[in-house]
Design a protein around this ligand. Structure first.
Ligand SMILES: Cc1cc2nc3c(=O)[nH]c(=O)nc-3n(C[C@H](O)[C@H](O)[C@H](O)COP(=O)(O)O)c2cc1C
Length: 255
């Protein structure tokens, strides 16, 4: 540390020193690290968003473990600005679907600009959202725009969209790892979800995830994923350095 670096007390006057504990960490060998990185890629590369769900039940405990995983996400100033509302009651799912479809109907018939329509055409989505009633679980993820202390006063949260979105990524990965499929859905607009699900004014719906098993005849759009060369740069960007192995990220042909 440079001799003129400010002390903790100078940076945080009046605040107690942070409490620390030893990091729990097991360092893996280089080979195992590489093998695990590759194996995880293959596992995640098999994830697909399907819009066709079976009505087969999924135990609540599975959802709970996946939400715990989501709750391990890093967050701005450790505010953990997320709330996962898991809906399984068929009557509530019906109400949710009706409200979503009412908005989506307007979006698809009136509000959607041509550019957006062109982007969605390869996916073939429309305003009908059977997955919201077929899937045994619908998880509505809220971001906490600001906190509320015990007296109901507002406390500031930081990077709430980024933090909650990372948590959703972990949730999707956890559910995929558990052998389930998910559909990430962003009804537009989705302001009505907080009211429908009895959430307070400091929360705003961010994403809706239908979760369950795929229907026996489930299909997915044929999509490819960008290869490493198109999503990765090392330093100032040598086009495709010696460590890029095209076999490691083949463009997929779907299925
Ligand atoms: C933020 C976000 C919003 C999305 N919104 C919708 C949506 O409203 N409806 C839908 O059917 N799929 C939606 N998707 C799913 C994407 O269409 C899907 O992830 C993409 O086509 C790639 O397919 P894959 O997940 O199978 O790789 C969304 C995905 C993300 C990440």
């Amino acid at each position: 540390m440079s001799p003129d670096a400010p002390t903790f007390a100078e940076v945080y006057p009046g605040h107690p020193e942070p409490q620390v504990e030893p990091l729990q960490f097991r360092r893996l060998g280089a080979e195992e690290t590489l093998a695990r990185a590759e194996a995880f890629y293959h596992e995640m590369n098999a994830r697909r968003t399907t819009r066709h769900f079976s009505r087969d039940a999924v135990p609540q405990q599975v959802i709970e473990w996946a939400v715990r995983t989501a709750g391990t996400a890093p967050s701005g100033a450790h505010r953990q600005p997320w709330r996962f509302v898991a809906v399984q009651d068929p009557a509530l799912k019906e109400r949710l679907r009706a409200a979503v479809e009412a908005e989506e109907y307007k979006t698809y018939t009136q509000r959607m600009p041509e550019e957006w329509r062109a982007a969605l055409a390869p996916l073939g989505t429309d305003y009908v959202k059977e997955h919201l009633t077929d899937a045994p679980w619908v998880i509505v993820v809220f971001r906490e725009k600001y906190g509320l202390d015990a007296d109901g006063a507002r406390t500031k949260n930081y990077y709430t969209v980024e933090s909650a979105a990372i948590a959703v990524g972990l949730l999707i990965a956890a559910l995929h790892h558990a052998g389930l499929v998910t559909l990430t859905h962003t009804p537009n607009p989705m302001g009505f979800l907080a009211e429908l699900l009895g959430r307070p004014q400091n929360e705003e719906a961010l994403m809706v995830l239908s979760v369950g098993y795929p229907a026996a005849n489930a299909t997915v759009p044929k999509l490819g994923r960008k290869p490493l060369e198109q999503i990765f740069q090392v330093d100032l960007g040598h086009p495709a350095g010696p460590h890029i192995d095209p076999q490691a990220s083949p463009p997929r042909t779907g299925g």
